[in-house]
Write a protein that binds this ligand. Sequence first.
Ligand SMILES: [Zn+2]
Ligand SMILES: [Zn+2]
Length: 230
Amino acid sequence: MQFCGNPLDTRSKYAAIAQRRCQREQGHTGPCGEFPYLRDLESSHPAVAAKIKRDSTMTTGASWSSKDAGPNRILRWVMLLSDDELLAYGIDMMKLKPQVVAKLRDKAATYDECMAVARQLTWATYQMPNAPTPSSDVRVYLEECCGPLTLGKACCSVCRLPLSFDLFAEARRGKAAIETSHMDPRKHDPANVAFAHRECNIAQGPMTLNQFYDWIQGILERAERIGGRS
Ligand SMILES: [Zn+2]
Ligand SMILES: [Zn+2]
């Protein structure tokens, strides 16, 4: 699909790093917009729409807030800047622990990659069992960008069990039951992101999905051979 691409006004202090652009189809009527395909979810399930925007564009960062834990959440494309450039924005990477820096740098992605991921996650959302039905223009947009929508067929990218839309509403101690997962945690692009159960995403950890499966297979084989499985 060819996008309109008109520049959008933003008050973000990071506006100079990447120009936000209209993601509607070229030659559209009506106002420009960055997430036109989230319109339905924004009115029916605003928390789900907000999660898709947040997970596609922001680093997860640390779940706590402290000086050496680093910025809590930051736009992924900001993490493409050099340490010197980030200093000008008041982010001192040298003051952060190396593990935190590595984690933040792993989450870096371009603005266009983040926009493509947001479309992909919305497309995946509509394929979950119990998901609402998209209006026809949203459906056409998502199908043109991401492929045919098969309603009710989505499963967890890690354990492959069905992933119900209802899980979005379930949260324990503020932690959502559905998380955005990456087949390779170091790549934030549409071919590499999907939704997973929170437990499954945590189990995969920093491994790629294939490394995780190999690890589990090794454990199961040893448990069969050496014993310990009851
Ligand atoms: Zn536009
Ligand atoms: Zn799962």
